[in-house]
Ligand binder design. Structure first.
Ligand code: GRF
Length: 201
């Protein structure tokens, strides 16, 4: 059985969706660890409720990013983690950690990359007035919201949509798309050529 670690900083609705998918055997892996950098994050209670061990790793407790990530890497190793899933983790992962998990770190972004990078993607897309936005799951590389795209799904913005309504629909889509992408990675049903990800069956 392979082990996944979720990294999150906030309320953790994606964490909860992943935990549900593991329970329902839609993801064939153990949810081995939650790594959280924010002691006030709602995701911590969700992990405890799901019986998932929590590593609270606060960057300011360490003198450098190197030490910080080395401490995280040690715990990932102790839990036998194979795949890292970023779900609203508000820190950039450094090359140090990326190189230890080549093509084994995923991120989800609430827009159709490369449009609307950054941490206000839903509001930015809404304010821009796009007719279509969506969700992207991608491998993590050294640039923010940049790595090869695994899955993407579009969502049309309705004339009566509000930012809050759109946000709810985006999150519901995320909760379906992320488990699918994680399972593809776990089943090694992906091959990479440059930026291009091929899904094999
Ligand atoms: C999600 O919208 C995700 O796309 C983004 O951060 C948000 C996390 O939400 N990267 P939650 O904490 O999983 O509810």
């Amino acid at each position: 059985m392979r082990n996944i670690a979720v990294f999150a900083s906030g309320r953790g609705s994606n964490f909860a969706a992943i935990a549900r998918a593991v329970k329902a055997k839609k993801i064939h892996a153990r949810l081995a660890l939650l790594v959280c950098d924010n002691p006030h994050a709602g995701v911590i209670a969700k992990a405890k409720k799901a019986g998932v061990p929590v590593l609270l790793a606060v960057r300011s407790d360490f003198s450098s990013t190197r030490d910080y990530e080395a401490a995280i890497a040690e715990r990932l190793k102790a839990h036998g983690v194979d795949v890292i899933v970023l779900a609203g983790f508000m820190r950039i992962i450094s090359p140090l950690l990326i190189s230890r998990f080549p093509n084994k770190i995923l991120n989800i972004h609430p827009a159709l990359l490369p449009a609307f990078k950054g941490s206000h993607a839903i509001a930015d897309a809404f304010a821009y007035g796009v007719r279509v936005t969506g969700v992207t799951v991608h491998f993590v590389d050294q640039k923010m919201d940049h790595g090869p795209i695994i899955l993407q799904e579009a969502l049309a913005i309705r004339p009566k949509d509000t930012p809050a309504g759109l946000e709810g629909r985006i999150h519901r889509l995320e909760h379906v798309l992320y488990p699918k992408a994680i399972e593809l990675v776990l089943r090694k049903q992906l091959s990479l050529r440059g930026r291009s990800v091929k899904i094999t069956s």
